[in-house]
Design a protein around this ligand. Structure first.
Ligand code: NAD
Length: 368
């Protein structure tokens, strides 16, 4: 097994020059060109790591689970046994600096509550590891800036866990936005929500950064920006909806509606909620439309119609494709399709939405 420290690895990038210049996946085989899969360490072994990312790392071609960061060592041992990595690759949140000495770990995937992303991403970057940061990137734009700066300073790559970039239905939304088959999309709408029946960190201002806007609304923001070819809205207006469970959503919104205005006059009318189940998105142009009727932003089960007929794609493992794409970015130096700057863009929109909400729905410009 070739053990590559980051510097060693970057030093070897020149030997990968042909790959760098070649189209992605050009090596074709099921193994990456460095003789081993890149090692990924998951930070935070909660629901998403357990249910999605761990299993996806059994399907990835270019990376594999090589370590974990957890406060529960016994849980880490169980993961080590299940995934076949040594117990020496179990870290806790206070020992992340020691990742620097572990050449079997190339990528650190931060899957902790939103308010901890900045601390954990910066620790990973300082240890010289490439970083995947879950959505939303952080609680604030300032934290996003700090993550981006730390990754730049360390010379490591950064991506956000925007798995829908790797789903074919969303790829078709992006293609339609780019090629304008239906004209530019000028009206978008969508809702995303679930019923929160007991308090969780997702309703805690410090750990979550806000309420459903942070957790679920970010998908609608992503969808609307995809429909506008990754343009950023110029302004937003937002209204908080009445709380039904103030015992749970004590210091965050429980539901809100907002509008995003784009420079060409297009509008997105969106709603997110911890009061009701919803998962739909629609984009309309002058000559046609695309409608994600069900499970619009889910892992699978999307029902998508267009004015030309339904989309019929075999659902992929979004997370496996996402992590493999990032492994390829690391191997080739090609930029990630979902870089830190995109996560930061979405936080600039979120911050404007919260300013508008606090100001009773005033129109607020989205900052650069
Ligand atoms: P979770 O509550 O199930 O797990 C959180 C993990 O963080 C746990 O292992 C917990 O022990 C650890 N943790 C460390 N410090 C903590 C603290 N102070 N308080 C609470 N937990 C702490 O959450 P999750 O659903 O796995 O979400 C984790 C991150 O992943 C969030 O940022 C979330 O938005 C994101 N996520 C993304 C997707 C997606 O589809 N991309 C899906 C689910 C979650």
């Amino acid at each position: 097994m070739a053990h590559l420290t980051r510097r060693h690895f970057l030093g070897n990038v020149s030997t990968l020059a042909a790959l760098t210049l070649a189209p992605r996946l050009s090596w074709g085989a099921d193994r990456p060109p460095i003789g081993r899969k890149l090692g990924v360490a998951l930070v935070g072994l909660g629901g998403y790591s357990r249910g999605q990312l761990g299993p996806a790392l059994r399907e990835t071609k270019y990376c594999q689970l090589a370590g974990v960061v957890t406060s529960d060592h016994a849980k880490g041992l169980k993961w080590a046994q299940d995934y076949g990595f040594p117990a020496t690759n179990i870290y806790n949140y206070n020992t992340m600096a020691q990742l620097a000495n572990n050449p079997a770990i190339d990528i650190v995937y931060v899957v902790t509550p939103n308010g901890l992303h900045a601390e954990h991403c910066i620790a990973a970057a300082k240890a010289g590891k490439h970083v995947i940061c879950e959505k939303p990137m952080a609680n604030t734009v300032a934290e996003c800036d700090a993550i981006i700066a730390a990754c730049r300073a360390a010379g490591v790559q950064l991506t956000i866990g925007y798995r829908l970039f790797f789903d074919p239905h969303h790829a078709e939304l992006r293609r339609l936005a780019r090629d304008e088959d239906f004209g530019p999309f000028n009206q978008m709408s969508g809702e995303r929500g679930f019923v929160m029946s007991a308090w969780r960190w997702r309703a805690d201002r410090v750990l979550a950064g806000g309420g459903p806007l942070m957790d679920l609304g970010v998908y609608l923001i992503q969808g609307a920006c995809m429909a506008k070819n990754e343009a950023k809205p110029v302004a937003v207006t937002a209204q908080e909806l009445p709380k039904t469970r103030p015992d749970i959503s004590r210091d965050t919104e429980e539901a809100l509606r907002w509008t995003m205005e784009f420079a060409d006059g297009a509008q997105a009318n969106l709603m997110t909620s911890y009061q009701q189940k919803a998962d739909r998105f629609r984009a309309d142009g002058a000559r046609g439309w695309i409608h994600f009727k069900e499970h619009a932003f889910a892992y699978r089960g999307m029902a998508v119609e267009t004015s030309r007929g339904p989309l019929k794609f075999t659902p992929p493992n979004q997370q496996a494709l996402q992590m493999d794409a990032f492994a390829q970015s690391v191997l080739t130096g090609a930029p990630s399709p979902a870089p830190g700057e995109m996560g930061r863009r979405d936080l600039t929109i979120i911050e404007a939405i919260y300013v508008s909400m606090a100001a009773g729905g005033q129109r607020v410009l989205v900052k650069a």
